[in-house]
Design a binder for this molecule. Structure first.
Ligand code: AMP
Length: 242
C-alpha cells in the first residue's frame, strides 16, 4: 500500500469522525455481503479505528447458543442448517444491544439486517432509540467474486478466546491450532462446512441480496470491491467512509 496515500485517507476519516462528534451526530454503519466476504475482519478493525462498538449478530447468536439460553436453543436449529433465525428473535437481541449506552455515538453493525423484513425492523428500532438525534447512516456493500468464498469458509478458523479470525490458506497461525494474539485454541465454526456453506449462500441470494437495491434506492448505499488482500480492502473501506 502507498504509505502517503494511506495516511491521507486516515486523516480524512479522522476529520469525518471529529466533524460528526462536533455536530453531535450518531454514525450508524451497516454491512452487506455474502458469507465470508471479509466483513468480519474489516468491521472489527473499523470499529477499533472509529472507537465504535462492533456488533455482529452471528457472534451474538453463538454466545446465546453457548450459554444455552432459550433464544440460543431456538436459534441453533436454524443456524445448523444455514437458514436465517426468525426475525422476531434476532430483532429482539439487536434492539437490546443497540439500546446499550456504548451505542450512543453510533455502531458498526455486521450481519443485520439480512432480509427486507429485518431492514424495516432496523428502521423502527433506530427511530425508537434515536428520537431527534441526527444520524449519519450508511450501508456498505462488499462486492466480491463468490467463486473463492467456499474455499475461504472451509479454511476459516477463529480463536475461541479473543475471536481473532484466521484462514489456513492465506492467514495461517504461526503454530497450528493456536492463536498468535492470545494463545487461545483455534476452532472451526460448525456451519463452516461445504454443505452448510452452500445453504448459507442460497439464503444470502434469496433473502439478503435484495437489500443492495433497497439501500441503493434510499441513496445510502456505498459499494466497495472486496476482492484482494486485507490491506487493499481496508484502504477501499476508508475511502468510502471519509
Ligand atoms: P454469520 O456469523 O454472520 O455468518 O452468521 C451465522 C449464522 O447466524 C447465519 O447463517 C444465520 O443462521 C444466523 N444469523 C446471523 N445473523 C442473522 C440475522 N440477522 N438474521 C437471522 N439469522 C442470522
Amino acid at each position: 500500500m502507498n504509505e502517503t496515500k494511506s495516511i491521507d485517507v486516515v486523516n480524512m476519516v479522522n476529520n469525518f469522525i471529529n466533524e460528526e462528534k462536533r455536530q453531535n451526530m450518531k454514525t450508524e454503519l451497516i454491512f452487506l455481503g455474502p458469507p465470508a466476504c471479509g466483513k468480519g475482519t474489516q468491521t472489527t478493525k473499523l470499529a477499533e479505528f472509529m472507537n465504535l462498538p462492533h456488533i455482529d449478530t452471528g457472534s451474538l447468536l453463538r454466545a446465546e447458543i453457548k450459554a444455552e439460553t432459550p433464544a440460543g436453543i431456538e436459534a441453533k436449529k436454524f443456524i445448523d442448517k444455514g437458514n436465517l433465525v426468525p426475525v422476531e428473535l434476532v430483532s429482539r437481541i439487536i434492539k437490546n444491544r443497540l439500546s446499550n449506552d456504548d451505542c450512543k455515538d453510533g455502531y458498526i453493525l455486521d450481519g443485520f439486517p439480512r432480509s427486507l423484513e429485518q431492514a424495516e425492523q432496523l428502521t423502527k428500532i433506530n427511530d425508537e432509540i434515536n428520537g431527534s438525534t441526527q444520524v449519519k447512516f450508511m450501508a456498505i456493500y462488499f462486492d466480491i467474486d463468490t467463486n473463492v468464498l467456499v474455499e475461504r469458509i472451509v479454511n476459516r478458523r477463529s480463536c475461541s478466546k479473543c475471536g481473532e479470525i484466521y484462514n489456513l490458506a492465506f492467514k495461517a497461525p504461526q503454530h497450528e491450532g493456536i492463536c498468535d494474539k492470545c494463545g487461545g485454541e483455534l476452532t472451526q465454526r460448525k456451519d463452516d462446512t461445504r454443505e452448510i456453506a452452500q445453504s448459507r449462500f442460497d439464503t444470502y441470494e434469496h433473502e439478503t441480496a435484495p437489500l443492495i437495491d433497497y439501500y441503493k434506492n434510499k441513496g445510502v448505499l456505498k459499494s466497495i470491491d472486496a476482492n484482494g488482500t486485507i490491506d487493499e480492502v481496508w484502504e477501499r473501506l476508508l475511502q468510502v467512509i471519509k
